[in-house]
Design a protein around this ligand. Sequence first.
Ligand SMILES: *Cc1c(COP(=O)(O)O)cnc(C)c1O
Length: 357
Amino acid sequence: MKKHNFSAGPCVLPQEVLEQASQAVLNFNNLDLSLIEISHRSKDFIAVMDKAQALVKELLDLPEGYSVMFLQGGASTQFLMTAMNLLKKDGKGAYISTGSWSKKAITEGKNLGSIDVIASSEDKNFNYIPKGYTCPEDADYLHFTSNNTIFGTQFHEFPEVSEGTVLASDMSSDIFSRKIDVSKFGLIYAGAQKNMGPAGTTLVIVKDEILNKTGRDIPTMLDYTTHISKESMFNTPPVFAVYVSMLTLEWLKKNGGVEAIEKVNTAKAELLYAEIDRNPLFKGVAAVEDRSKMNVTFVLTDDSKQEAFDKLWNDAGVSGLKGHRSVGGYRASIYNALPLESIQVLVNTMQELEKLS
Ligand SMILES: *Cc1c(COP(=O)(O)O)cnc(C)c1O
């Protein structure tokens, strides 16, 4: 039987998507050829890329004037590309520091030019989302991480910026999990492997009018306009990752889209947090008002119970629950494709531990 997969990434994907993907690897569209051995310029693959982009537009309700790209290099390459494409030659970037991924983005920005960290939660090991900051009016852009995969915090309200400042977000671990107003953003990016597909491609959504304003020379492969003008086919795209992402987005659409999955995600998170709060053997790591609905971080109140708890959830077929080394304890990643039943299984093991004690 398949395990209950709480992995932080690469993440759980719908079983039907895995089955369709396996079939396409053997024989795609009845071509008697594999998806991964045909030309990316073939009409069959171009249809996949077009469909994937169209589904992103539809599911996120993208306004006119935005482009969708499927790139390589992971979200980590976007730390650099964001700065290269948005930071003006003598300009300034603003960043909010809410965890390891934000810090990596900050490092890339610093390497390129002048940046300000306008707010940080590092003083408490990133267990909350900073509030009460203001973004300088002269910032070219403000970059933040909408969901902090490692620490289990999430922005439930997005930062405000003035008209001349582009709002840019790393949404790797919560894209397609909740409704967002894309018109507030100039740039959104997300590595596929957290909530959209397998590793190997990164979704980038950009408002066309913010590009070409930096006055700097951008290397061809790092320039968004290269990829936009060639429909993400400037060079060979990661065909398998794009295909499986497309299947996952089709699955999401079939199941009611982002609005419907947001309700399920809320129910899943509530079920698990309720048990963490009720059960005296557990406590949450993140500030209650900033808790993530995607990555739930928690610890045992009594470390001596660790062995017993680990045995219980392992025996129940739960996988991927170990916390990140920088936080310790446990992390349940409860992305779109993880069913509510898996949460119930985990909650049951927490209650069994209580009964044993
Ligand atoms: C996993 C993750 C990344 C890194 O993604 P890669 O595709 O491995 O480069 C960046 N940001 C966030 C929020 C993540 O969860």
